[in-house]
Design a protein around this ligand. Sequence first.
Ligand code: SF4
Length: 403
Amino acid sequence: MINTPLSEQIRIILFGIRNAGKSSLMNNIMNNYISIVSEIPGTTTDPVTKSMELLPLGPVAFTDTAGIDDVGTIGELRIKKTIEFLSISDIVIFVTPIDKSLTDIEKEFINQMLSSSKPFIVALSFADKKPSPEKIEWAQKFKYIKINNKTKEGIEEIKKEIINLADKIETEIPPLEGIVKENDLIILVVPIDLAAPKGRLILPQVETIRDALDKDCCVMIVKERELKTFYDASKIKPKIVITDSQAFSKVSSDIPKDQMLTSFSILFAKKKGDLSLFVKGLKQLNKIKPGSKVLILESCHHHQQADDIGTVKIPRLFRQMVESKVEFDFARELPDENKIKEYSLAIHCGGCMVNRKKVLYRIRKLEENRVLSTNYGLFLAWANGLLPRALEPFPFEHELYSI
Ligand code: SF4
């Protein structure tokens, strides 16, 4: 469980007003003291996330959020953050006290939850108190579970319901889906340079290897320097060569032109985001003018290297090949809507550390504000002159780029 990245775990998020009993419920589900519980409203400020093994599902991550009715300026920011969590959740647990009528804020949240079409559970907390007839009448429209956090009534039922709802969760497509079949040979090109983490491979590489094994393929892994030797010596033509974007240029010149080639980053653009939308975004490059603003959007606090892709390499290539007088902003969270409108384009990272829902939420929010997005891998493939070739494994997007 510890080794399963958060991005690959089912995300179950608890929402509700302050003092609805969310933290106690989370502690009871985890059978542990994770979230601070007190009678003071607003004790949970920042979301608390913890994983557990929930068989037969495997590792799942629960998040306890701040109250949807938090107060003050900071409170408003917390509400915004909490609502953003709705977009990344796989299953929502809406916790509401059994003895109180729904508040206007709860009603507003319920509307958002219903329109998001996420699977959800209604947890009626404080089951030892006298139920509000209005609350019961509302809850009867859905499947609800009564929770008593003191006696642990309802906790096992919540876990069983999560397992039942798991079938309704939209899962991410594996990286090689639709590209390879049983007995295919795949060559992975993995540079071991200063940017490579010591003693291990990065997540997109590991996930691609695992998917290849799941699909009964053979995987050959080489560094870019050895690729030509082993490629020429091999008697079997690989179905595809997949490289780190940084080695695109060298790899493409070391293998035949008719060899299918793409990058981990493009595979993950499809898995984590919307490849068609990223292709459309790339086609906006010719609309960038002097003074345009470009948003570089990342998803984690990774350690930055000297020639960091997001903050150094992409801005440098962009200024050389697209427009020199362009302004870049760098962010790990989506800026406010007023700010978003200032951008002409967003370039999103591979999103390997977050789930697909989070990337889709961001790029759709950008699109709503008339800002198209592309992604690191696509931009680097374009900058290396490798488009449309690197899109060959994806016929629809290949055609979209070419028209
Ligand atoms: S691709 Fe994005 S999520 Fe993955 S390590 Fe880089 S910044 Fe983090």
